[in-house]
Write a protein that binds this ligand. Sequence first.
Ligand SMILES: Cc1cc2nc3c(=O)[nH]c(=O)nc-3n(C[C@H](O)[C@H](O)[C@H](O)COP(=O)(O)OP(=O)(O)OC[C@H]3O[C@@H](n4cnc5c(N)ncnc54)[C@H](O)[C@@H]3O)c2cc1C
Length: 411
Amino acid sequence: MRGSSSRMTNDRIVIIGAGPVGLCLSLALAQADLKVCLIEALGDDNFLEQVPRAGTNHPATLEMYERIGLYEKLEPRGIIAPVFHYWDRHEGTLIAAFDHGHLKNDTRFPYVLQCERIKIVEEALKMAKAHPNIDLRLNTEFVSFEQDADGVVAHIVNAAAEQETIAGRYIVSGEGARSIVRKELGIAFEGFTYDDRTLNIEVAYDFKKHGYADRNYISDPNEWSNLFHWKGPPDRWRVHFRTDPKADEKALLQPAALQAQMQRFLPIGKSFDIVGSNLYIVHQRVANKFRIGRAILAGDSAHVNSPIGAMGMNSGVHDAINLADKLIAISRGEADQSVLDRYERQRRHVAIAHTQAQTIRNKRLLAERDPIVRKRNHDELRRTAENPDLARKFLLRTALFESLREADAIA
Ligand SMILES: Cc1cc2nc3c(=O)[nH]c(=O)nc-3n(C[C@H](O)[C@H](O)[C@H](O)COP(=O)(O)OP(=O)(O)OC[C@H]3O[C@@H](n4cnc5c(N)ncnc54)[C@H](O)[C@@H]3O)c2cc1C
């Protein structure tokens, strides 16, 4: 970070990254009449070429999409999935089926929407392009920033490959896990990285005829997996597998190896139509501060976690909406800057006590090797799913409502 500058007087909010977090934040601010400059390294030519990532959108997040007018664009592109399953691959049995219908009195959305991150950012980007309060800079690389008591200046390389400075009142990092803002602020990203990588295989095949729901968490002492359904055409299913940390990356991604992996998972007597694959590393980390002065972290720049439970993008969008409300209150003179400390207290608490705790627990549950503990875990899941009160409580937690209620109670 460099020294102070008297140019830091522009009232707009500078947001780095047009991922789900940067876009939702931009839309919420712009709709409340704040000016936004949104900076994104990708351009129209490659924006839709991003690797497959998030896609399960929980009910609490759907309420937020609805508030910014995004839900109606996403629903036709996704799959409404009220039910999810836990399976025991070792025994070949369904352990429990959880139905979001238990939340019908808690939310207008008693289901998750299976709608991939790429569709979300595509739709949100169209809305951002059309909004007069958003100055969208595609093909623009954020490089560094500086701040003083009055504002910030971001240093960028613009679409014409020229260096440029953008002044604003605040800078928000929606840059994802490799956040330059976080690094420039010297904020530690505390936590750990799993040594095993996760293999994602995408196949065009109808798993429903084998009894699977649209979302399935599959426990196995040797090779846990997840199975998720996505709307096409053609309809696709993503299967995630644990891999041996020592296995060679290229060998894992060979077509024959992918086919063999799928046939071990479900022998169907013919080849699977494999339409995509990739490997990813899983981190569990939380920034030890979410804000210093006028620079604020949100989404993956502030916290990253295993995708088991679908909480990364969802909790990032919750950061965005929480932060939007606070920046709007400041701009209207209804709150002073100290309200941003509450943003950090609320969202850091959620990242640690909910997102991290729950995703670590989820992975342990699927990978548990001790047969006695496995049986105890599975019996408990079964009992919970069969009792409507316990199932509702469980779903309020997995659908992220509990994390929001807890955050609301934080002063
Ligand atoms: C396999 C997998 C499955 C997942 N499934 C789920 C799920 O089902 N549900 C869920 O909630 N989460 C899931 N996640 C996590 C989810 O993808 C992330 O939490 C989410 O994408 C984070 O959003 P973000 O906007 O913070 O950052 P990102 O999505 O990483 O977006 C960051 C944006 O910033 C831009 N950018 C970065 N650096 C710069 C720079 N210097 N200059 C300009 N632009 C820059 C990038 O190009 C990008 O567009 C999954 C992750 C993985 C890997």
